[in-house]
Write a protein that binds this ligand. Structure first.
Ligand SMILES: Cc1cc2nc3c(=O)[nH]c(=O)nc-3n(C[C@H](O)[C@H](O)[C@H](O)COP(=O)(O)OP(=O)(O)OC[C@H]3O[C@@H](n4cnc5c(N)ncnc54)[C@H](O)[C@@H]3O)c2cc1C
Length: 572
């Protein structure tokens, strides 16, 4: 019989958003019991790999208004302005709180917190701890979370299903990876903090665990996915591996150069004005793509690339501000950035879209909340500004934690027997996958074809014909994925089963990206559609929603919350 664990709130995800939510929940109600479930040990969450920094107003020459405007403009006017307003107000408080919990922010000579420039931000407002920001932030949160007995961890438990009864979420079914046993982890509210889904693409900065699980869990439970067409390409990834070279390199003064050694962002008109290397990611990624198309790229074994040149910054600055970049350059590209430029090309980095939530992180399903990269609280709209995401995890993780614990106080727990029965049914489904010899499809093959379809159909530039082709390919791949063959029959650490589950999740996400992209017949932010090269506010100043329906997905729209800042042409 499936073991049942009773808690007040269940949080799925041990990254920045999940840990911040857990701390906020126990602080709001010290008697609450919070289950923190993660498919990897929390310190292995993708947050740990963030390099560049976290944005919040810190300097006397900066204002909340400026941070708000930069974020709205960065979003190509698709970010909800009430959400952005709340975000910029909370951001400095959250980063200061992290400092009090031990985060070692880098300092100016006078002892104040140091900030660096980041793309699309008018002034230096990105807080950093050298170029290992995610590591320090996650460590701080993880250590702080251990102070609370109310936070009960389920490390290396893979959530496969939301348990829903009488129209409300009541917990999750989670597979203990070590034993292969299914558990019912019950709570009167559930927060999804499962991160992004870059692994739907072949070339990404994202860790292998970023497979969109939470997006698929919510989608299958009837919650729509919002703004999925907006996938962020980061301009500077290492060819071959996709390892990220942080935007902080440009924040510290790095240049992009083409095959002729030309600083093309300065020499040519890519709409970036004096921003040049400090422009937003979507526009710089497109500029690199165009340079390569025009034959000004440099040929390499993994395709054409351009150069990121830091040599003029000097060894001392690189060692103090960008030590990790030097290490990555030497180890993974065979170049020492102090003396040579680094080869780079645009790479899939971040999902602007995700589970549709309101400003408090609540979804349409009573009791279900989402925060962090898995969620689309609508802060990032069509394009996220670098360094807003880590802060977003804190601001909206905290909000979701508070609100979930408040919800749980008044919600009913549901019937333990019926919830256990649901988890048992789920255990049966997973048992059916283990060592499933009948079936003709290999996981790796379907996965490869999925990532190829995404790159072809939903890349830096998109065409109507290729997006529609991707929709057809993905629908077909979903059918084929129902027929997977698995060879590992064991229960203990059966990673093959996990890979199959992740593939199903990614196919849901990939299909929703392609469908939402094909439906948006304009270009906005990260969605650059060659057939419709301009923004069309009259018809498309709205969010898109993709709903799971038994007969096939349905694409729909939702209003954008405007405010102080009227939509205008996005030029820098
Ligand atoms: C290389 C890199 C560098 C970055 N640098 C920056 C930066 O400098 N500044 C910035 O603002 N942003 C940066 N970002 C983006 C930012 O780091 C992420 O958006 C953010 O850390 C996401 O945090 P999260 O808490 O939402 O999810 P994650 O940190 O991805 O954590 C997800 C959690 O969910 C758990 N989980 C997932 N699925 C399941 C499941 N089925 N069952 C149980 N648990 C599950 C995982 O175990 C994990 O604990 C970077 C991203 C990358 C990839």
């Amino acid at each position: 019989m499936v073991e049942v664990h009773q808690h007040d709130v269940v949080i799925v995800g041990g990254g920045a958003a999940g840990l911040r939510a857990a701390i906020a929940a126990v602080e709001a109600d010290p008697n609450a019991s919070i289950a923190l479930v993660s498919k990897v040990y929390p310190m292995r969450s993708h947050t740990v790999s963030a390099e560049g920094g976290a944005a919040a107003v810190a300097r006397p020459d900066d204002t909340l208004e400026m941070h708000g405007y930069d974020t709205v403009k960065g979003s190509d006017f698709l970010g909800d302005q009430d959400v952005i307003q709340y975000f910029v107000e909370q951001a400095p408080k959250e980063l200061t709180l992290l400092e009090h919990w031990g985060c070692p922010w880098s300092r100016n000579d006078d002892g104040s917190v140091a900030t660096r420039a980041f793309g699309g931000m008018t002034t230096k407002r990105t807080w950093f701890a050298a170029d290992k920001v995610g590591f320090h932030m996650l460590h701080t949160l993880f250590q702080h979370s251990m102070r609370f007995d109310g936070i009960v961890r389920f490390d290396e438990f893979f959530v496969t299903k939301l348990l829903v009864e009488d129209g409300a979420v009541r917990g999750v079914a989670a597979l203990e990876i070590r034993t292969g046993e299914m558990k019912a982890i019950l709570g009167r509210a559930v927060i999804l903090a499962t991160g992004g889904a870059g692994k739907c693409f072949p070339f990404t900065t994202n860790g292998n665990i970023k497979t969109g699980d939470g997006m698929s869990l919510a989608y299958r439970a009837g919650v729509p996915l919002k703004d999925m067409e907006f996938v962020q390409y980061h301009p500077t990834g290492l060819p071959g591996t996709g390892i990220l070279i942080t935007e902080a390199t440009r924040g510290e003064g790095g240049y992009l150069r083409n095959a002729d050694g030309e600083r093309f962002l300065v020499e040519r008109d890519y709409g970036l004005g004096t921003k040049a290397e400090l422009g937003p990611r979507d526009m710089i990624s497109r500029a690199i793509y165009q340079e390569v198309q025009a034959g000004r790229g440099i040929k390499g074994p993994y395709g054409d690339f351009v150069h990121l040149d830091l040599t003029h910054l000097g060894e001392e600055k690189i060692n103090s501000r960008l030590p990790f970049v030097r290490e990555l350059g030497k180890t993974y590209a065979g170049v020492d950035p102090v003396h040579e430029p680094i080869p780079i090309r645009p790479v899939v980095h971040y999902m602007m879209g995700g589970v549709d939530t309101d400003i408090e992180g609540a979804t349409l399903l009573p009791g279900l909340y989402a925060a962090g990269e898995v969620a689309a609280v609508s802060m990032n709209g069509a394009n996220r500004l670098g360094s807003n995401s880590l802060t977003e995890c804190l601001v909206f993780g905290a909000k979701a934690g508070e609100k979930a614990v408040e919800f749980a106080r008044h919600a009913s727990a549901g019937s333990e027997g019926r919830l256990r029965a649901q988890a048992e049914e789920e255990a049966g489904r997973i048992d059916g996958l283990r060592g499933k010899k009948k079936g003709g499809e290999r996981i790796a093959q379907v996965r490869r074809e999925m990532t190829e379809a995404m790159e072809e159909g939903c890349g830096v530039y998109r065409e109507q014909s290729s997006m529609h082709q991707a929709c057809r390919d993905l629908a077909q791949l979903k059918g084929r994925a129902a027929d997977l063959v698995l060879s590992d029959e064991s229960k203990v650490f059966n990673t093959e089963v996990l890979t199959a589950l992740e593939l199903h999740n990614m196919l849901d996400v990939a299909e929703s990206v392609a469908l939402a992209a094909a439906a948006r017949k304009e270009s906005r932010g990260a969605h650059a559609c060659s057939d419709f090269p301009t923004r069309n506010d009259q018809e498309y100043l709205h969010h898109s929603l993709v709903w799971f329906e038994p007969g096939g997905p349905r694409v729909d729209r939702k209003d954008v919350t405007l405010g102080t800042w009227e939509p205008e042409e996005r030029k820098y």
